[in-house]
Design a protein around this ligand. Structure first.
Ligand code: NAP
Length: 282
C-alpha cells in the first residue's frame, strides 16, 4: 500500500512559521486582522468559516465576520469591501465562496485590494503567478504544493494532471507546478477522455466534489494522488478518489478528511501573517 499522506505535521509546521512572523509583528505592537464576508447560510461555508476562526483564535489574529442575508444587494457588498480596504485594523479580506448566483463574483473579488487579498483571487495576484512571482497564493493550491514538497517529490520534469480549472484550485495550481518545471495537463467537465490524462500523471490532483470520480484503473502505478475534493456521501465527508481501489497503486495518497483541508487553513493564517508583514514593512 502507498503512504497515506496525512497533512497534520506539515500544517503544524506552517502554523509555527506563521506564529514566528506574527510574534515579530506583536513585538512592534501590531495585531493582524482578517475580515470575512459571508453571504447567505450555506452549511459548508459555515463549517469552513468556523475552522478559519479557530485557526485565527489560535494565533491571536483578530477575526471579524460580516454576515449578510442572501437578499443583500451586490452594491452593499462592494461598499463593505471598500470600507475594509481602508480599515487600518484589517490586513486581510476574504469573501467566502460560493456567492449567490446573481452576484458578479469576479467583480466582487477584484474590488478587494491586492494588498489585502488573502485568498490570492484578484486578477493582480493571479497574474503575478504568470511571471513566476508567488506573492499571495491561493490557500488550497499553495497547500497542495507544500504538501507535495514535504514528500521530497521531484516536481521538475514530472507529468502533473489537475482535474479542476477554477481560480480557487486548478488555475493557480497549474502555474505553481509550471513554475517548478512540471508538464501540466488541466482537465474539467468537458474533457472527453479523463482516464487517458489521469493515467499519464506522475502527480494527479483532483478537486471536483464527485465521489469515486477517480478509481484505480485511472491511476498510473507509483503516482502521487492528491484529493482536494469534498463531498458528502451517506452522511460522511469524502473526496473524489475511490481510496480503496487507488491506495495500492499510488505511492502517496491523501485522505479526505485530513489531507488538503488542514493545509488550506494553515496557508490562510500564513497569508494573513504575510500580508500583515507587508503592511508593516514600509
Ligand atoms: P468549482 O469551481 O465548482 O470546480 C469544480 C471543477 O470540477 C471545475 O473545474 C469543473 O469543470 C470540474 N468538473 C466537474 N465535473 C467534472 C467531471 N465529471 N470530470 C472532470 N472535471 C469535472 O469548485 P471549486 O471551488 O474549485 O472546488 C472544487 C472542489 O474542491 C469542491 O469539492 C470543493 O469543496 C473542494 N475544495 C476543497 C478545498 C480544501 O481545502 N480541501 C478548498 C477549496 C475547494 P467545469 O467548470 O467544466 O464544470
Amino acid at each position: 500500500m502507498g503512504t497515506v499522506l496525512i497533512s497534520k505535521k506539515t500544517a503544524a509546521n506552517l502554523f509555527k512559521e506563521s506564529n514566528t512572523l506574527l510574534e515579530e509583528l506583536r513585538s512592534k505592537g501590531v495585531k493582524p486582522g482578517l475580515a470575512v464576508i459571508l453571504v447567505g447560510n450555506n452549511p459548508a461555508s459555515e463549517l469552513y468559516i468556523k475552522k478559519k476562526k479557530i485557526a485565527c483564535d489560535e494565533l491571536s489574529i483578530t477575526f471579524e465576520l460580516l454576515r449578510f442575508d442572501e437578499k443583500v444587494s451586490q452594491e452593499k457588498i462592494l461598499q463593505t469591501i471598500d470600507k475594509l480596504n481602508n480599515k487600518e485594523t484589517i490586513n486581510a479580506i476574504l469573501v467566502q465562496l460560493p456567492l449567490p448566483k446573481n452576484f458578479d463574483t469576479p467583480k466582487i473579488l477584484n474590488t478587494i485590494s491586492p494588498l489585502k487579498d488573502v485568498d490570492g483571487f484578484t486578477a493582480f495576484n493571479l497574474g503575478l503567478l504568470n511571471y513566476e512571482k508567488e506573492e499571495i497564493v491561493s490557500c488550497t493550491a499553495q497547500g497542495i504544493v507544500r504538501l507535495l514538497e514535504s514528500t521530497g517529490t521531484v516536481i521538475e520534469g514530472s507529468n502533473a494532471c489537475i482535474v479542476n480549472h477554477s481560480i480557487v484550485v486548478g488555475r493557480p495550481l497549474s502555474q505553481l507546478l509550471l513554475n517548478r518545471g512540471a508538464t501540466v495537463t488541466i482537465c474539467h467537465s468537458k474533457t472527453t477522455d479523463l482516464a487517458m490524462h489521469t493515467k499519464n500523471a506522475d502527480i494527479l490532483i483532483t478537486a471536483v466534489g464527485k465521489p469515486k470520480l477517480i478509481n484505480g484503473t485511472m491511476v498510473k502505478s507509483g503516482a502521487i494522488v492528491i484529493d482536494a475534493g469534498i463531498a458528502k456521501e451517506n452522511g460522511k465527508t469524502v473526496g473524489d478518489v475511490d481510496f480503496e481501489s487507488v491506495k495500492d497503486i499510488a505511492s502517496y495518497i491523501t485522505p479526505v478528511p485530513g489531507g488538503i483541508g488542514p493545509m488550506t487553513i494553515a496557508c490562510l493564517v500564513f497569508n494573513v501573517a504575510k500580508l500583515a508583514m507587508l503592511h508593516n514593512s514600509a
